[in-house]
Ligand binder design. Structure first.
Ligand SMILES: Cc1cc2nc3c(=O)[nH]c(=O)nc-3n(C[C@H](O)[C@H](O)[C@H](O)COP(=O)(O)OP(=O)(O)OC[C@H]3O[C@@H](n4cnc5c(N)ncnc54)[C@H](O)[C@@H]3O)c2cc1C
Length: 561
């Protein structure tokens, strides 16, 4: 018997009840929370650029780049065929396309080249959009942006490198930076024996004569985006841990002794290369004072922490958009999923979380804009960056996991974006200070910067008075913050550390409630207050209490897609 013809087998059934692909939509215009915040936070001038990027990222072609860059992982070439070291990583063209778009949109430079009102908000909003399409490539974009903050500690170096770093041209060629149209900067702190505790770094720096030039010998256990043109690294100099600027090519135009050992095989973040490197007597330039490496690099770290929060908010936004889109088109048991009461609760809960994340992240970004002219804003930026980084990164993993389930089995399949979002989510909680480290940093800031406590309380109180649940919760949070600040000043103690996550979590919730009450719809603010601070919620998403205005919450996403 002949096998059935292909045309016959394709006639076995009609494909029904599957949603259309979510493509051809504007990621910016479909997000009223973001559009409103851009106006409110003084970044309306960036609206045309955000519209254009939002449109581009929603096209089928650019969505494909995200998939291609992750399916075709970067390849390391340690040596050429003659045995000479190459230390080059080759990327799929889709990676370069994504990089080009982000650099041309000045996601790595906007507030530095255009330090006007709302510039940090605008840049963070651009990143929030890019994160929804492909996050891996934003790693070098974010590090380059953040490096400028630290590099300025070294005016001579900044004068030479800033024009290249701030250039809106993406130039992936492996050449000395002076020959290139634009340059990228990475960061190397983590070593095998310790990442959080960088004081344990063993990489050595020896000064060359009476100059600011050093020879670096040692390694880094994680060094992402090794094709960057230079790296800010930490190494032990005679006066202690110091920060250095280590380019891939020496000033004499030779390849620096920056040897890429191998690339990490990672759970997610696959488009990006994360390497292990050896510095075999590499040339580097001291940045800031010898022995004050952490203080010098901390400004870079604060900027990347803001970006971790933005990345996590972006992941949550994309996850909930995908979930709502699916539920609008998929039927089960005679109704669209979005009409099923229990699914409405799950989706509404995810929408509330995503909106709270976007608002908190943008409020912190706005403090980056205003901190140079206001002491309170400076204090707020310092402590709220850590709080937002901890909380949004933590929430992203469970949020994306729940959103994935809204798509049923389709959500577990690679052709949907969901597995990629899910694998990406835990990363932002690990790097730039893992959860515990961030919470301990919040305690330290409370103790060292008394203004930070006031700044938090002022911000939370702006929303209190409107809602009795926030009034009660804010008093509780204020007294915990005050108690901890006092305990730490008096020498701390293990109880204070043990309580740090509870404290940071509650403070984040109070901040989010305050922001939602001021800037969101009453339906969303009410749902948040009832479930997150009024204690009428559960431990999984989809446990909002009955009696809320579910339709209005769903419309916030659904009616804009
Ligand atoms: C994909 C990827 C890319 C990366 N890229 C880079 C890069 O480009 N440059 C770079 O420098 N690093 C990079 N990292 C490293 C990352 O920043 C570190 O992994 C992170 O800082 C944690 O350090 P660690 O792995 O040494 O863990 P550890 O420091 O050993 O921490 C392990 C756990 O212990 C907790 N912990 C630590 N101290 C305390 C304490 N006092 N009390 C309670 N708990 C504590 C931490 O929160 C964490 O949960 C990358 C990591 C990944 C996964």
């Amino acid at each position: 018997m002949n096998p059935p013809e292909v045309s016959e087998t394709s006639k076995t059934h009609e494909v029904l009840n599957q949603p259309p692909p979510l493509t051809g939509y504007n990621l910016y215009l479909s997000d009223p929370t973001l559009v409103e915040a851009i106006q409110r936070e003084g970044a309306a001038w960036a609206d045309p650029q955000l519209r254009a990027l939002g449109h581009l990222l929603g096209t089928e072609e650019v969505q494909r780049w995200g998939f291609d860059a992750n399916e075709h992982e970067p390849v390391l070439h340690t040596h050429d065929r003659f045995g000479n070291r190459r230390d080059e990583v080759e990327f799929h063209p889709a990676w370069h396309n994504l990089m080009r778009v982000s650099i041309e949109n000045r996601m790595h430079s906007l507030p530095w080249v255009e330090p006007r009102k709302g510039a940090h908000v605008a840049r963070t909003a651009l990143l929030l959009l890019a994160a929804q399409n492909e996050l891996g490539h934003t790693c070098p974009v974010s590090m380059t942006f953040s490096a400028v903050a630290a590099l300025r500690a070294e005016p001579e170096l900044a004068a030479e490198w800033e024009p290249r770093i701030l250039s809106a041209k993406y130039d992936p060629r492996f050449r000395p930076a002076a020959e290139k149209l634009g340059a990228l900067v990475g960061m190397g702190m983590t070593e095998k024996q310790g990442g959080s505790d960088v004081r344990a770094n063993t990489t050595r720096a020896e000064r060359i004569g009476n100059t600011r030039d050093y020879v670096i010998t040692g390694h880094k256990w994680f060094c992402s985006a090794p094709m960057c043109d230079a790296f800010l690294i930490l190494a032990q100099a005679p006066r202690g841990l110091s920060c250095f600027f280590l380019p891939r090519w020496t000033p004499a135009g030779e390849r620096n002794a920056f040897h890429i050992q191998r690339l990490k095989r990672k759970m997610g973040n696959r488009s990006n290369a994360s390497s292990e490197v050896e510095f075999a007597g590499a040339w580097a330039w001291l940045v800031g004072e010898e022995g004050r490496g952490v203080q010098t690099i901390i400004e870079m770290v604060n900027c990347t922490r803001l970006d971790c929060a933005a990345a996590s908010a972006g992941l949550m936004r994309q996850a909930v958009v995908q979930a709502v889109h699916h539920a609008r088109h998929r039927k089960a048991f005679g109704k669209l999923l979005i009409e099923q009461p229990l699914m409405q609760d799950v989706l509404a809960d995810l929408i509330v979380e995503s909106e709270a994340a976007t608002l908190l992240m943008l409020r912190v970004a706005s403090a980056f804009d205003t901190r140079s002219s206001s002491e309170q804003e400076r204090s707020f930026a310092r402590i709220a960056t850590a709080i937002a980084k901890f909380w949004l990164c933590k929430r992203a993993t469970s949020h994306v996991g729940e959103a994935l389930e809204c798509l049923g089995g389709n959500g577990y399949v690679e052709e949907s974006i969901m597995p990629r979002l899910y694998r990406e989510a835990p990363l932002y909680s690990i790097w730039e200070g893992s959860g515990n480290v961030i919470c301990l940093d919040v305690l330290r800031t409370l103790a060292k910067e008394p203004g930070s406590l006031d700044a938090l309380i002022q911000e939370i109180r702006l929303g209190a008075g409107v809602d009795s649940r926030l009034n009660a919760f804010a008093s509780e949070v204020e007294s915990s913050l005050g108690k901890h600040a006092q305990q730490i000043v008096q020498g701390g103690g293990s109880d204070s550390e043990r309580d740090a996550r509870r404290l940071v979590e509650k403070t984040a919730l109070a901040l989010q409630a305050s922001l939602l009450l001021r800037h969101s719809s009453s339906a969303i603010a009410d749902a948040f207050c009832a479930s997150r601070i009024g204690r009428d919620g559960g431990h999984t998403f989809g446990t909002l209490p009955v009696g809320l205005d579910f339709q209005r919450i769903l419309d916030r996403v659904s009616s804009n897609l």
